[in-house]
Design a protein. Structure first.
Length: 420
């Protein structure tokens, strides 16, 4: 079906992406009418010398098919520059998805990716679409067909589109970044993965319907360094998590986890640096956590923890520690071992004192708001690097020691509101 160009479209360069990212607007611009007529029939192919430039194009929500085709054809037919469109972002559409898919499958692929070939008659590697973003699409089934063709994609974002299958991902041999958040993926979805996604570095499957991390998935992504499974219904971290021998960042916030497993603490290469377990059902921190000796940050807020044990205090490389909104009443005296700690947030707990925290001389941020503190120790003067101190809503405190003035030069925020 031939669809006429709309001449009232505006194209503006917005920000850097690859070489450039062009954001498309639906604003009218009558000058495009004459410009399109002038350039019609002319393109970089008619010139012996031309520039090559890699760009990305971001289409706004509700982009109609006429604008979609107009934009891609405009860049493809520039007289002096060959624009290599290596990234496309689509956020919802106006009309039937099959029309967009048909254009991308036929016209765009044939004319953009195959116009310049190497000695073997194949498309140059740099000319192939590498990054594809599809968001808020109700007809995701049509767009999934693109993955049968765009097999060289390195980055895929496919979110909030009621996706239920990962079958087409088997053909993405070069993919290293994959975001499938806010879909309807469940355990059975991954049983279709047969080939390994060995080049995958980043995987985001947050806000889906997962009750566990299936072994078939963990076997297929053994080289990931970043894994995000926030906002699911996962109850246990499986022993097979140890298969992810290069894992550096693990995000499991907002699940139903009740313990930190030994298998995670016995991580093969001890590469884990950032662990997110906020808003779960963890009641205690086990002894094995001290084995994660390279951990730099741990997020345990909104759990049911009552005590910060010696085992956590053995993580001497820790820089950021978050234990807000738990049930903590006591902290091990070995907390002074965390001499690299810069951020400690332990607000909304049940602490009655924090004298032992005043030995953490690298602290820059200390949040003790909404506890049951009875006093501010004079040893607070030892926190010479402290920039932010929050002590609000500790209504048993009735005295502010003079020694707090010793750290006033470094402080940028001091919150003492709602004391007695």
């Amino acid at each position: 079906m031939d669809i006429p160009f709309r001449q009232s479209q505006k194209i503006s360069r917005n920000s850097r992406i690859g070489d450039d990212l062009y954001n498309i607007s639906n604003n009218d611009n009558d000058n495009n009418n004459n410009k399109e007529k002038e350039n019609r029939g002319r393109s970089w192919k008619n010139n012996k010398e031309f520039y090559k430039k890699k760009i990305g194009i971001s289409f706004p929500a509700g982009t109609n098919i006429e604008l979609f085709i107009f934009v891609l054809e405009t860049f493809r037919n520039q007289p002096n520059t060959r624009y290599i469109i290596e990234k496309i972002e689509i956020d919802s559409i106006a009309g039937e998805g099959v029309n967009y898919v048909n254009y991308l499958k036929k016209e765009f692929i044939q004319n953009n990716n195959n116009e310049e070939k190497n000695n073997n008659g194949e498309a140059e590697e740099e000319d192939i679409l590498k990054y594809l973003t599809l968001k808020n699409l109700s007809e995701i089934g049509d767009f999934i067909e693109l993955l049968e063709i765009y097999t060289k994609i390195e980055g895929l974002i496919l979110t909030n589109s009621e996706l239920t299958t990962v079958e087409p991902l088997k053909k993405l041999e070069k993919i290293n970044s994959l975001n499938l958040s806010s879909n309807e993926i469940d355990l059975m979805t991954f049983t279709s993965i047969e080939r390994n996604l060995k080049k995958l570095n980043d995987l985001n499957i947050d806000n889906n319907n997962l009750f566990e991390l299936p072994t078939v998935l963990l076997n297929s992504i053994s080289n990931v360094t970043y894994l995000n499974v926030n906002y699911n219904n996962i109850e246990n971290i499986p022993d097979d998590i140890s298969l992810l021998s290069n894992l550096k960042i693990l995000k499991m916030n907002d699940n139903l986890i009740n313990r930190i497993p030994v298998s995670l603490c016995n991580h093969v290469n001890n590469t884990l640096a950032h662990l997110y377990l906020m808003n779960n059902e963890i009641e205690e921190i086990n002894d094995e956590i001290q084995l994660l000796s390279n951990l730099k940050s741990i997020y345990l807020s909104s759990n049911e923890i009552t005590y910060i044990p010696n085992s956590l205090c053995q993580l001497t490389n820790l820089i950021h520690l978050f234990t807000d909104c738990c049930e903590i009443e006591e902290i091990s005296d070995d907390i002074n071992l965390l001499q690299n700690l810069q951020t400690f947030c332990i607000s909304n707990n049940h602490l009655s004192s924090f004298d032992n925290l005043c030995l953490l001389t690298s602290l820059k941020i200390l949040n003790l708001s909404n506890n049951s503190l009875c006093h501010i120790p004079s040893s607070i003067s030892l926190l010479v690097n402290l920039q932010e101190l929050y002590l609000s809503n500790n209504k048993k405190i009735n005295h502010i020691p003079h020694e707090i003035t010793n750290i006033s030069s470094s402080l940028t925020i001091l919150n003492l509101s709602n004391l007695s």
